[in-house]
Ligand binder design. Structure first.
Ligand SMILES: Nc1ncnc2c1ncn2[C@@H]1O[C@H](COP(=O)(O)OP(=O)(O)O)[C@@H](O)[C@H]1O
Ligand SMILES: [Mg+2]
Length: 252
């Protein structure tokens, strides 16, 4: 939850920290990314980069100490790779979405839209009561959000976690998908890789490709999402649920 906690402003200290980190991270991030990270700092969201949590094809995820405007100790920065050409295939998700009509489709623009889209989708999901990381801020290719984990230990993905109460967790995931659908969104990339388990609560993450229900493939994506999740729970926990029934329940 973002809030102003500090009465005393610390512009000099903040600036110094950004500069210090700048030196350390020089060469790791390109200039544009550095500029976007420094905006996250100056907006009081983060105060210090700590370490990388996940290296992905399209984005790296970093743990950072939070800034004065964030109540919790840590925040997560998801930094999208500006050079990555695999964003080309993502144009499909952006083009069919009426929210992004008439937008340029070069790689850097797509990456920026992607980051903004993930931020927007997280906002919608959080407002609808879905368990997702709360989005705090975005700038260009950098998205700042709530850290899901305890201490500085990130929550594990569903795939790497043995559940003692799989039925309850599965219900929670389907319930989250239903709330998301009611809020007008389909995730589009649901799997055991994009769910974090923290204190037995499933958190849905990686929602950049989420599409509005007006997207021509929204129903197809929803059916695929449900299938992915049910297949996983069948394979790992021998829970057998009917996919059509689950989709109908989500659609209400
Ligand atoms: N808010 C978060 N809190 C804790 N860990 C996170 C958070 N967001 C992402 N991660 C970690 O980073 C990994 C990659 O994030 P994700 O959004 O799925 O990006 P991608 O799959 O595109 O690389 C996740 O599997 C998870 O381990
Ligand atoms: Mg992912």
């Amino acid at each position: 939850m973002a809030r102003r906690v500090s009465k005393r402003k610390m512009p000099d200290r903040d600036k110094f920290r950004v500069k210090e980190r700048w030196k350390i991270e020089e060469g790791v991030f390109d200039n544009r990314t550095m500029m976007n990270i420094s905006r996250v700092f100056t907006h009081g969201i983060a105060s210090e980069m700590l370490h990388i949590i996940s290296k992905g094809k399209e984005a790296d995820v970093y743990l950072a100490n939070s800034g004065a405007k964030v109540k919790e100790a840590h925040v997560v920065l998801k930094i999208f790779n500006q050079e990555n050409t695999s964003f080309r295939r993502r144009a499909e998700y952006v083009k069919g979405d009426p929210r992004f009509d008439g937008i340029r489709a070069d790689i850097r623009s797509i990456v920026k839209i992607w980051c903004r889209k993930e931020y927007g989708n997280l906002k919608i999901a959080a407002a609808a009561g879905v368990n997702v990381p709360e989005p705090y801020y975005f700038s260009g290719n950098v998205l700042a959000m709530q850290f899901i984990g305890s201490g500085d230990e990130p929550a594990r993905i569903l795939k790497d976690f043995y559940l003692s109460n799989p039925e309850i967790v599965l219900d929670g995931i389907l319930e989250g998908m239903k709330k998301l659908y009611k809020a007008g969104l389909v995730h589009g990339d649901m799997s055991e890789y994009n769910i974090l388990i923290e204190k037995d609560i499933p958190f849905i993450i990686d929602i950049g490709q989420g599409v509005s229900l007006m997207h021509p493939k929204a129903n197809e994506f929803l059916a695929r999402d449900v299938k992915n999740i049910l297949n996983y729970f069948k394979k790992e926990y021998m829970i057998d649920r009917n996919a059509e029934g689950a989709v109908a329940e989500i659609k209400g």
